[in-house]
Design a protein around this ligand. Structure first.
Ligand SMILES: Nc1nc2c(c(=O)[nH]1)N[C@H]1C(S)=C(S)[C@@H](COP(=O)(O)O)O[C@H]1N2
Ligand SMILES: [Mo]
Length: 166
């Protein structure tokens, strides 16, 4: 019995914390994988999302200019605060990784306290990979000059495919 229990622990999550598989598995195309120090997963290891699941978490609009778009753009996406509540984030650092393996690591609070969103829509259309989709980290750039700096631009990862918490 004791040996079986040890086996279960070592083959389970890398993180020695309680996880449960209470999130539904995506029925559509997988667009986001969240893993690492999270308590809620789809399969005991990662939280997996299709677009409908992301939309169901809740959406927020940010109307702003960016260095990569013309004029003002209306972005719609999931607030990181809600996404991180959904997966029950257990860590302080987050790494956001793109399809081209560009990644940015920052404090969880950088995203949650600055009202950043993981955008899936731009000017009423789902972001395509050629438009920096399927997912793009957007800060409210126009709301404060401190967001219009390389520090925040470098955290504005586009073509996001995965997020890891540690
Ligand atoms: N997927 C992805 N997102 C990214 C990058 C990247 O190379 N790939 N570069 C980041 C950095 S370091 C900055 S400063 C800006 C760069 O935007 P630019 O290439 O238009 O100057 O986007 C950020 N987001
Ligand atoms: Mo950068």
């Amino acid at each position: 019995m004791a040996i079986a229990a040890i086996g279960m622990i070592s083959s389970g999550s890398l993180y020695a914390r309680a996880t449960d598989s209470n999130l539904a598995k995506p029925s559509g195309t997988l667009i986001l994988t969240v893993s690492g120090a999270i308590a809620h997963t789809s399969d005991g290891k990662s939280a997996l999302f299709d677009i409908e699941q992301l939309k169901a978490i809740g959406d927020t609009h940010i109307r702003t200019a960016t260095p990569w778009t013309m004029g003002e753009t209306e972005f719609v996406g999931v607030p990181f605060k809600k996404l991180f509540d959904t997966v029950s984030v257990q860590g302080k650092k987050v790494t956001v990784t793109a399809l081209n393996d560009y990644s940015a690591t920052m404090n969880v609070s950088t995203l949650t306290e600055n009202n950043a969103i993981l955008a899936y829509e731009m000017d009423g259309k789902l972001l395509s990979v050629r438009d920096k989709g399927p997912l793009w980290v957007i800060f409210p750039f126009d709301a404060d000059t401190r967001y219009r700096t390389d520090e925040y631009w470098s955290k504005s990862v586009w073509q996001v495919k995965s997020i890891t918490i540690e």
